[in-house]
Design a protein around this ligand. Structure first.
Ligand code: ADP
Ligand code: MG
Length: 223
């Protein structure tokens, strides 16, 4: 069980320009693990997250999640798998402006026809300092607040896997700490797996496994 990435490569082609963004990446991630991905800009970190989140398909190789080959999923199967199993915290917040903060947060579960525990919404939004904003609309929020709504939205469904691309990038130290505590709780108490890209080496201490992605290749640093 867990995630197994085997011989993953991604080649982007634009006219004559060919970028080898991932080169034969092999990674094994246990269930219920907190993994940090670090490495220089342009190394392939976001590309790797996009593949694991079924947002893009590899040029070669396979990704197994709990022994299901997710790279083989097509069309609606892909969408449903993604919606039910993966939570994203990306830098673009993608909030829906015509829905309130509360409606944005519960949206994914509503789409699957499931109810969301109100006590967990309260707990998460209180920790993130946005509980008093639940009835507000995204256009009334600051950038940092919008980011925290996006974080709440992606963890509230308790997806099996949370993929976070620099989630603390625009946050002050205090809020960044709250975010890390919530992600750690997701792993420790809710049995989720968190895979997080960061530039902030201070945050690496939260993870048991660190994967360094350099020039499309993965190097492990187990702690
Ligand atoms: P990182 O997240 O580590 O900064 P990326 O995964 O974003 O790195 O990018 C890895 C390489 O792939 C870079 O050279 C980048 O320019 C290239 N790249 C990423 N996405 C695309 C794309 N959609 N089309 C073409 N090249 C891309
Ligand atoms: Mg990136």
């Amino acid at each position: 069980m867990g995630i197994k990435i085997k011989g993953l490569s991604k080649i982007y082609k634009e006219g004559d320009n060919v970028v080898n963004a991932l080169k034969d990446v092999n990674i094994s991630i246990d269930e219920n693990e907190f993994v940090m991905i670090i490495g220089p800009s342009g190394g392939g970190k976001t590309t790797l997250l996009n593949m694991m989140g079924l947002l893009d398909t590899p040029s070669e190789g396979k990704i197994y999640i709990d022994d299901i080959d997710i790279t083989g999923l097509k069309g609606e199967e892909r969408t449903i798998y993604r919606r039910e199993n993966i939570g994203f915290i990306f830098q673009e917040f993608n909030l829906i402006e015509t829905l309130s903060v509360y409606e944005n947060i519960i949206l994914t579960r509503s789409l699957s026809g499931k109810a969301t525990e109100k006590t967990y919404v309260k707990e998460v939004t209180e920790k993130l300092g946005i509980y008093d904003k639940l009835d507000s609309f995204p256009s009334k929020l600051s950038g940092g607040q919008r980011q925290r709504v996006a974080i709440a939205r992606s963890i509230i469904t308790k997806p099996k896997i949370i993929l976070a691309d620099e989630p603390t990038g625009n946050l002050d130290t205090h809020t960044s700490d709250s975010v890390m505590k919530i992600l750690k709780k997701a792993v420790d108490e809710f049995n989720q797996t968190v895979i997080m890209v960061t530039h902030d080496l201070e945050l690496v201490r939260y993870a048991r496994k660190v994967i360094n992605i350099v020039d499309g290749k993965a190097k492990y640093k187990n702690k």
